[in-house]
Design a protein around this ligand. Structure first.
Ligand code: EPZ
Length: 421
């Protein structure tokens, strides 16, 4: 298993290109199942999760052609050979469950393995199931698989979500595009990845209104056509690299960064004394003179503070001036980076969903272990600020969501390398 070695203390300077959003690409790719015409995705990120989604779609009979340097994909599902998403793929990546809605909508059947839990939580699918049943699907859990049928096809309906689940919103939005009649999704998630999905579906011919608000209205159509769509910028990768100069010092410009994608995050950076400027090319960030200030953070659904930036923010607050309180309200077990940061000298107390961070002057490099995607990158960032060398092991977690992190950071002056082992 590869490790990444970081030597702290080198101020950063330069530009980092932000890739297309993993969490947009993972819902845009299954959208190809809604049409027999090809779907072309540009600005697609090159990540292991994308490879996993590609393998899953190919196992259903979808033709996936990666063009040029992997940033362009052409997907075509005119000749499906299966409507079953196997456990051995789904267990590796929960987002595999996003084939459920499209398969039901166009093929009126699907067998999708329950993903099972993962490091950050149980990750149930009750909201997905209730929403699709509202559209007339019959869904039964058997031997760890959801067996779903839509006799005569799905029918539009009012679909109130008990919680603004991102994945459930995406599944029912895709399903509704081909359901007969009008669907109104209430308490819909508002994440930019859902807005991006709606834009792509509209290009394919879907009738959608209200994406980005809590109420999305869809008028079903008989069929969807071809589309070419550029994947939206990854706001989580953006937030992650915006923090790099705060840890290491210096100044970095994140190319493609847009303030509207990271508003609640930037509000916290402002409060911590970090300066963020929108330039023509993206977002420029430099550490305030001296130490950042402590701030309290509570993760919420969009447009609140994103749970996917909680670990990175906690790492930054470890050396802030003062005490910060972080509340994780989206997942039940998303503080696994805390004990690893404590190994580096951080002072963190975790009680249930609340972590209290007492800022210290400096962290010390140490061998640490990645436990999930965002925790792993928070340890890399901490290594940029730490005295000495930090060795982050199990970086396969990292490769799920970050394209060549060591290349992007060393290009702006970080002392970082990947050790294959
Ligand atoms: C998406 O996961 C993202 N993944 C996650 O990013 C992100 O953390 C999450 O949204 C929240 O923003 C992708 O888009 C591929 P949810 P998703 O359904 O859709 C509970 C990353 O690091 N819930 O909004 O699975 C669930 O257990 C990943 O890139 C139910 O109880 O998130 C969780 O506690 C991690 N029943 C909460 O809701 C359900 O049926 C949020 O889940 C569905 C969800």
């Amino acid at each position: 298993m590869d490790s990444i070695v970081v030597k702290g203390g080198q101020p950063l300077s330069g530009q980092i290109k932000i890739a297309g959003a993993k969490n947009a690409a993972l819902t845009l790719m299954p959208a190809t199942l809604l049409s027999e015409e090809p779907l072309t995705l540009t600005n697609a990120p090159r990540l292991s999760d994308i490879k996993t989604m590609t393998a899953l779609l190919q196992s259903l009979g979808v033709e996936v052609t990666a063009m040029k340097d992997g940033n362009v994909q052409v997907l075509s599902s005119h000749a499906l050979t299966s409507t079953t998403a196997d456990y051995d793929i789904v267990r590796k990546m929960r987002a595999s469950n996003l084939v459920l809605g499209p398969l039901l909508a166009r093929h009126h059947q699907a067998v999708v393995s329950l993903p099972g839990g993962c490091a950050i939580g149980a990750r149930p699918m009750d909201i997905h199931v209730t929403a699709l049943e509202a559209l007339g699907a019959e869904i039964e859990l058997k031997d760890g698989y959801l067996h779903a049928v839509a006799k005569g096809g799905l029918k539009g309906a009012k679909v109130p979500l008990r919680f603004a689940s991102v994945g459930a919103t995406e599944n029912v939005l895709m399903a509704a595009t081909l359901a007969k009649g009008i669907t109104v999704i209430e308490n819909a998630a508002r994440e930019p990845e859902i807005v991006d999905l709606a834009k792509c579906l509209r290009t394919m011919g879907a009738q959608i209104e209200g994406e980005g608000t809590s109420t999305i209205t869809v008028e079903g159509v008989d069929r969807l056509g071809a589309a070419s769509h550029a994947v939206v910028t990854d706001r989580i990768e953006l937030g992650t690299y915006m923090l790099a100069p705060v840890f290491a010092g210096g100044e970095v410009e994140c190319l493609g960064g847009r303030l509207d994608l990271v508003e609640s995050f930037v509000e916290k950076l402002d409060a911590a004394g970090v300066s963020v400027t929108q330039t023509q090319a993206g977002l420029k960030v430099s550490r305030a003179n001296g130490r950042a200030k402590a701030v309290d953070v509570t993760t919420e659904v969009f447009p609140g503070f994103p749970t996917d930036l909680q670990a990175q923010m906690m790492a930054m607050l470890c050396t802030a001036e003062g005490t910060s309180v972080l509340e994780e309200k989206i997942f039940e077990n998303r503080f696994m980076h805390a004990p690893e940061l404590v190994r580096m000298g951080a002072q963190i107390e975790v009680h249930g969903g609340t972590a209290t961070v007492h800022g210290v002057e400096r962290l010390k490099g140490a061998p640490v272990m990645a436990t999930d995607l965002r925790a792993s990158v928070s340890l890399i960032l901490a290594g940029l600020a730490a005295e000495g060398e930090t060795i982050v092991s199990r970086v396969y977690h990292l490769d799920r969501g970050y394209e060549h992190v060591e290349e992007k950071l060393s290009a702006v002056g970080a002392q970082i390398e990947r050790v294959t082992g």
